[in-house]
Design a protein around this ligand. Structure first.
Ligand code: 3HC
Length: 314
């Protein structure tokens, strides 16, 4: 951590943030702040784009036209979220090609959660209900952070995530109130998606290498553990309404704190997955590399058109 007293730019910057001002691309940003935001926003964008893959796996197998239309809309939204976030990251002076290359070469991270397979239709409901539900809690915080372009992207994305979560919860409700086989499918999917969704919020504070700076610069307004707790409190009650069991034998309601307490999280699994050794990491990167190669002609055509029509990009 740089000592602000030794860095007048940082000192002036932190004074502005302390007054609740937002940083904008034209401002003189401390290099460390800029790098932290490039890391976070690009990994967020990668997560949106990679997140399309497990969901798209069920578009051709959706159980009805209505479910197919809803899933198509959601996957399309995720693509748009990725584009908003790459655009917001580019305001920090980093070219999009560079960010995408970091993903395709395995240098950049994306959310752990998208390295798990979608084995049944119930998984699509769980992604909407749990994963988008977790994303909304995290993103609602980021919608109040200190970097203007990130705030504006989050405000728009949160509106669409709310639709995704409602759609997912409705899907799971239909299964939970369906036949015994459908109820069993929903419970089996919850058993698989609950643990990695808790990990989405990041490691516990004592293992969070970036939180101190991000909290100081008002990028993170709450800790990983606080956001996780909000998610647990909200979701346990929803599962009870559905008659589904949270797969945690240590789950308890603490009358004193008015919070649900959970059992241990397998952080060894988390760090293995974000280190590239999850069930689907290789498939996800292969799919993204193939899509990037298949799209090379589109990028070449767009560049040729722009070169012949300079006024188009003026
Ligand atoms: N998946 C992958 N890597 C993760 C992670 C996760 N869920 N949580 C933490 N990490 C990584 C961090 O990137 C960091 O590694 P790095 O320094 O090499 O980048 C390391 O683990 C230590 O974690 P920290 O707590 O220090 O990291 P942060 O302070 O950055 O906190 C975060 C992690 C909470 C994910 C934060 O980066 C963040 O809020 N990012 C923006 C939101 C985001 O990326 N969400 C992804 C989900 S998008 C989504 O769900 C799409 C929806 O539409 C379905």
């Amino acid at each position: 951590m740089t000592d602000p007293a030794a860095d007048p730019v940082l000192q002036a910057f932190e004074a502005r943030l302390a007054k609740g001002e937002k940083a904008e691309p034209k401002d003189r940003l401390p290099e460390r702040y800029r790098r932290q935001l490039v890391r976070m926003m690009s990994q967020h964008a990668h997560s949106e784009i990679v997140g399309m893959l497990p969901e798209a796996n069920w578009i051709t197998r959706a159980p009805s036209l209505r479910r197919k239309i809803g899933l198509l809309a959601k996957v399309q939204d995720e693509a748009g979220h990725g584009l908003y976030l790459y655009s917001a990251a580019e305001t920090l002076g980093v070219p999009r090609d560079e960010l995408i290359d970091q993903l395709l070469t395995g240098k950049a991270k994306y959310s752990n959660i998208f390295n798990y397979p979608t084995l049944t239709w119930a998984d699509i409901g769980m992604i909407g209900w749990l994963v988008d539900g977790a994303a909304i809690i995290n993103q609602s915080m980021l919608a109040k952070c200190s970097y203007g372009p990130y705030v504006r992207a989050m405000i728009r994305i949160c509106k669409e995530e709310s639709f995704h979560m409602r759609q997912g919860y409705e899907m799971v409700t239909a299964l939970a109130r369906g036949t015994p086989a459908q109820q069993a499918m929903a419970q089996e999917a919850l058993n698989r998606w609950w643990p990695p969704t808790l990990m989405m919020f990041g490691p516990p504070e004592e293992q969070s290498t970036n939180s101190e700076e991000l909290v100081r610069w008002k990028v993170k307004l709450k800790s990983n553990d606080e956001l996780r707790q909000t998610f647990v409190d909200q979701t346990v009650v929803q599962a009870q309404v559905l008659g589904l069991r949270i797969p945690d034998p240590d789950l308890r309601y603490d009358e004193d704190t008015k919070h649900w307490t959970i059992g241990p999280i397998d952080w060894q699994e988390f760090f293995a997955v974000i280190g590239g050794n999850g069930p689907c990491n290789r498939d996800r990167l292969r799919a993204r590399r193939e899509a990037h190669e298949d799209g090379a002609w589109v990028r070449a055509a767009a560049a040729a058109h722009a070169a012949k029509n300079p006024q188009v990009n003026a």
